[in-house]
Design a protein around this ligand. Structure first.
Ligand SMILES: NC(=O)c1ccc[n+]([C@@H]2O[C@H](COP(=O)([O-])OP(=O)(O)OC[C@H]3O[C@@H](n4cnc5c(N)ncnc54)[C@H](OP(=O)(O)O)[C@@H]3O)[C@@H](O)[C@H]2O)c1
Length: 335
C-alpha cells in the first residue's frame, strides 16, 4: 500500500449527514521522520460528538474545517516507527480521523494499549466510552447502594455501561431506550431492573411506575424533553449527570431550556456536566476494574460494526435513528 484514503468534510450537514457533505481522496502515505511513527487505522469510533464537530457549534474541540479530514477517535496498529514511544506492532488509540493512516509523534495525545486486548475494546469497553461511563456515574453521579439510577440511550455504548455499573454498585437501574426490542435487551441481557421505551405514550406514568422511590441519579445522554421529564421526578439530593444531549445535535437552533429545572431547588439537587477526557489519567484503574467485571460476567459488551471507511458518514446517522446496540464502530482494516 502506498496511498492513504481519506474522507474530508466538503460542506456542513444540515440535519442528518448526507453523502455530498463529504468527499474522498487518496494521498501518498506520509514518509515518517525522526520522532514519528505511522499508525494504520483498524477501527474508527462513531461517536455522537462527531456530529457537533461538523457544525460550527461551540464544543470542547474546534469545528472540523471544510476540506479537512473528518475528526474521529480510532484505534490502529503501528506499522513503522522512528520514535522511542511507539514500537511496530503497538495497539494505539488517538484522533486518527476518517483515514487509513495517521502520524504519531512523541508528544501525540495517544495511548498504547496492551497488545493482548481486542482492538475494538480499546475504543469502547476499555477505552474512552468506559472512562466516560465510569467517571460520569461514579465521580459525578456518586451513586449509593439502594439508590435509583436512571440512564437514557440505555442500549447505547455509554448508557449500557452506566446501567451495568449502577447494578454492580447495588443500585436500582432504570433505562430509557427507543424501542421495545432495545428495552428487552437492556433488561434481559444487560440486567437493568426496568426500561422505558420513550417512543411509547405514557412516559411520565412509566417513569413513576419504574421509579417508585423517585430518581436519585439521572445520567443524561439525550437532553431535550426526556431530561425535562426526569427533572420532574427527582428525589431529595438528586444528581443529574450531563453527559450528552444527542436529541439536539442535529438541531439548527438551540432548544428551549428544561422548564422543570426549578425542581432542583426543591430537592436540593445538583446538575453537573463533565467530559470523560478529564478523567483519562484514571483509565488504567477503570480498565482493570472493567476487565475484572467482564471476566466475572457482570459486565457485558455489545458492539455494532459497519464495514468500510466510505460508510462512515452513513454510520453517523445510525446514532440518530438508533440503529446501534452498544459501541458503534467502522472497521477500516484487519489487524
Ligand atoms: N461527556 C462525555 O465525555 C461524553 C463521552 C462519550 C459520549 N458522550 C455523550 O453520550 C451520549 C451517548 O453517546 P454514545 O457514544 O454512547 O452513543 P450511543 O448511546 O451508543 O448512541 C446514541 C443513541 O442515542 C439514542 N438517540 C438518538 N436520538 C435520540 C433522541 N432524539 N432522543 C433520545 N435518544 C436518542 C439512540 O438510541 P435509541 O434507539 O434509544 O433512541 C442511539 O442509539 C451522547 O450524547 C454523547 O455525545 C459524552
Amino acid at each position: 500500500m502506498t496511498m492513504n484514503r481519506r474522507i474530508l468534510l466538503a460542506k456542513r450537514p444540515v440535519g442528518l449527514a448526507a453523502q455530498d457533505d463529504f468527499s474522498a481522496d487518496e494521498q501518498p502515505i506520509p514518509e515518517i521522520k525522526a520522532g514519528e511513527a505511522l499508525l494504520k487505522t483498524l477501527y474508527i469510533g462513531i461517536d455522537p460528538t462527531i456530529r457537533t464537530w461538523l457544525s460550527t457549534a461551540k464544543s470542547y474541540l474546534p469545528p472540523v474545517e471544510i476540506g479537512e479530514v473528518v475528526r474521529s477517535a480510532g484505534v490502529g496498529r503501528v506499522v513503522e516507527s522512528k520514535c522511542d514511544r511507539f514500537k511496530v506492532g503497538d495497539l494505539v488509540t488517538q484522533l486518527v480521523g476518517w483515514q487509513e493512516y495517521s502520524l504519531l509523534t512523541d508528544d501525540s495525545f495517544a495511548t498504547v494499549f496492551p497488545g493482548s486486548i481486542n482492538p475494538r475494546h480499546a475504543m469502547g469497553i476499555l477505552g474512552s466510552t468506559a472512562v466516560a461511563a465510569y467517571a460520569g456515574l461514579i465521580y459525578v453521579g456518586r451513586p449509593k447502594e439502594g439508590e435509583t439510577v436512571v440512564v437514557s440511550a440505555a442500549a447505547g455504548a455509554t448508557g449500557s455501561m452506566v446501567g451495568q455499573i449502577a447494578k454492580i454498585k447495588g443500585c436500582r437501574a432504570v433505562g430509557i431506550a427507543g424501542s421495545d426490542d432495545k428495552c428487552r435487551h437492556v433488561v434481559e441481557n444487560l440486567g437493568f431492573d426496568a426500561c422505558i421505551n420513550y417512543k411509547n405514550d405514557g412516559f411520565r406514568e412509566a417513569l413513576r411506575e419504574t421509579c417508585p422511590k423517585r430518581v436519585d441519579v439521572y445520567f443524561d445522554n439525550v437532553g431535550g424533553w426526556i431530561l425535562n421529564e426526569v427533572l420532574g421526578r427527582l428525589n431529595m439530593g438528586a444528581r443529574i449527570v450531563l453527559c450528552g444531549a444527542i436529541s439536539v445535535y442535529n438541531a439548527e437552533k438551540k432548544p428551549p431550556g428544561p422548564s422543570n429545572y426549578l425542581n432542583l431547588i426543591t430537592v436540593r439537587g445538583r446538575m453537573e456536566g463533565f467530559n470523560g477526557m478529564d478523567y483519562w489519567g484514571k483509565r488504567p484503574e477503570i480498565s482493570a476494574e472493567l476487565q475484572r467485571w467482564m471476566a466475572e460476567g457482570t459486565m457485558k459488551n455489545y458492539e455494532t460494526i459497519v464495514d468500510g471507511l466510505d460508510e462512515a458518514w452513513r454510520t453517523v446517522n445510525m446514532l440518530f435513528s438508533g440503529e446501534n446496540i452498544g459501541k458503534l464502530l467502522v472497521k477500516v482494516a484487519e489487524g
